[in-house]
Ligand binder design. Sequence first.
Ligand code: ADP
Ligand code: MG
Length: 322
Amino acid sequence: MGAGEFDLIARIAARSRGRADVLLGIGDDAALLATPPAGEALCVCVDTLNVGVHFPDGTAPFDIGWKALAVNLSDLAAMGATPRWATLALSLPSSDPAFLDPLIDGLLSLAEQHSVALVGGDTTRGPLSLSVQAIGSVAPTRALRRDGARVGDAIYLSGSTGDAAAGLAIVQQRIECSDPQVARALRTRLDRPTPRVELGQALAGTAHACIDISDGLLADLGHVLKASAVGAVLDLDALPVSPALQALLPEPRQRWPLQLAGGDDYELLVCGEAAEIEALPAFARGELTWIGRIDSMQGLRFERGGAPFEYRPERSGYDHFI
Ligand code: ADP
Ligand code: MG
């Protein structure tokens, strides 16, 4: 049974929680938010998820809601910001609460993990699409930008890459997977990415540059290299791999395209001074893996186990318009 626009908004408002810095949340023409503490700047981003483009048709509504917020929290994490608020512009083909409720539950369960308040939005009829705007704060001197990588920096990666792309390839029947447990683990990485929010905050003020990997490791590293006017060397033997991806593709060469150019990972790529990064508790906890170094030669080169290695990747990442 369908509900009206205002019933839908009421269902969303009933599920959302406030924060001390939300002076006026959902329900008026706009929200009123307290300015962040002195010395901090607002950090604002927006990302849209369209059905069939950003998630496969048939994805569980809970996962769609989760991912819509996760990709935005990942952008705040990559800036080293503390998330505070989010807004949601939602386009729905029908007003079925059986779809809307779990979608909002998915978004709000992740919001709650990071104490983010949903403070407003817009609800319209149309093809399924979610635009989430996330707003956080960070001291501008501590923010993790793309343009700060320096010659001599080490390059680190959080978690591992390639799983989400493998999960998508299995859904689209481009890769065969005979082990349902492995397939499920990879699909979960596609549907429920983990934004590295605490790690980003821990790196703020210490790392020299950071970007979240949404379009593929090489493509996103390329953004850092361009913005910082430096080059890099990546060690292919150092690329971290999850047990599930290792089980699916035991041969390293088979994995490289997914690890280097697969999209939807939402891991952090971090450049900084090795001694400073490796002194962080997050490094001791194994949250970052060394994968290479920044150097002064333009472009990107590869090594295996420290020895130069000739490798020509077919592609570097995902581009919506190519
Ligand atoms: P207006 O017509 O003034 O733009 P709306 O009727 O669109 O107001 O929205 C009413 C209230 O509900 C506003 O506070 C708006 O921010 C909130 N709202 C609408 N849609 C959503 C949504 N999908 N998620 C969160 N808040 C929403
Ligand atoms: Mg409106």
